[in-house]
Design a protein around this ligand. Structure first.
Ligand SMILES: C[S@@+](CC[C@H](N)C(=O)[O-])C[C@H]1O[C@@H](n2cnc3c(N)ncnc32)[C@H](O)[C@@H]1O
Length: 188
């Protein structure tokens, strides 16, 4: 008798588990990937990058992986641009925000704490990068999809493989040699 009841209960339990939402496959949430360690751009190269990109007053710059916010600060203060930083590290994102507020640039600088691969870049005029070659390769399809014609990408030290730079400038800062790559998004 007990065996007969178990035989009835088991299929009923399986049906309940198979109800929508109970056994539905839940993929693990994808964790943002750390695409580069935190190393600041040498300060003398920050303005070189923005000059090379031809950043103009009123344009919007995105610094993907903005670290302590130094590129955002230069873009807003010295080029009168709007600057958006994306930073995975909560500590660095807070530091960037505080840095901007202290200098009275909070109205021109926005810092997004999160994954740079998840932020929409369609309103960017200039994107600055100091990541790594592999990270740039991961980012490339997104840049190709979202950036508008005429947008510029400047990358310190690491090229974007498969793209032809319009300029490559060499600089020395803090006794190291660096390259800055400039890319321009062509008309579609
Ligand atoms: C080499 S540092 C460059 C910092 C800054 N752009 C500069 O030039 O001074 C790279 C930064 O990217 C950040 N980063 C790495 N992976 C990221 C991701 N998936 N989303 C957002 N930020 C990320 C790191 O935390 C680090 O602050």
């Amino acid at each position: 008798m007990r065996q007969a009841r178990s035989l009835f209960i088991l299929p009923a339990m399986l049906c309940a588990l198979a109800a929508p939402g109970v056994l539905a496959f839940q993929p693990p949430p994808t964790q943002p990937q750390k695409l580069a360690p935190y190393v600041s751009s040498p300060q003398p190269l920050v303005s070189k990058m923005l000059e090379l990109a031809g950043l103009k007053q009123g344009e919007t710059l995105y610094d993907l992986g903005c670290g302590d916010g130094r590129i955002l600060i230069a873009a807003a203060r010295d080029f009168s641009a709007r600057a958006v930083g994306v930073e995975l590290s909560a500590v660095l994102a807070r530091r960037s925000r505080e840095h901007a507020e202290t200098l009275g640039l909070g109205n021109r600088i926005e810092v997004i704490e999160g994954d740079l691969l998840a932020v929409d870049l369609k309103d960017a005029d200039v994107v600055s990068l100091y990541l790594m070659t592999e990270a740039n390769a991961q980012l490339r399809p997104k840049l190709e999809k979202e950036l508008k014609p005429g947008a510029r990408v400047v990358s310190l030290e690491f090229e974007i493989r498969g793209w032809k730079p319009s300029r490559v400038e060499k600089y020395t800062a803090h006794r190291h040699d660096y390259k800055i790559y400039l890319y321009e998004i062509p008309a579609k």
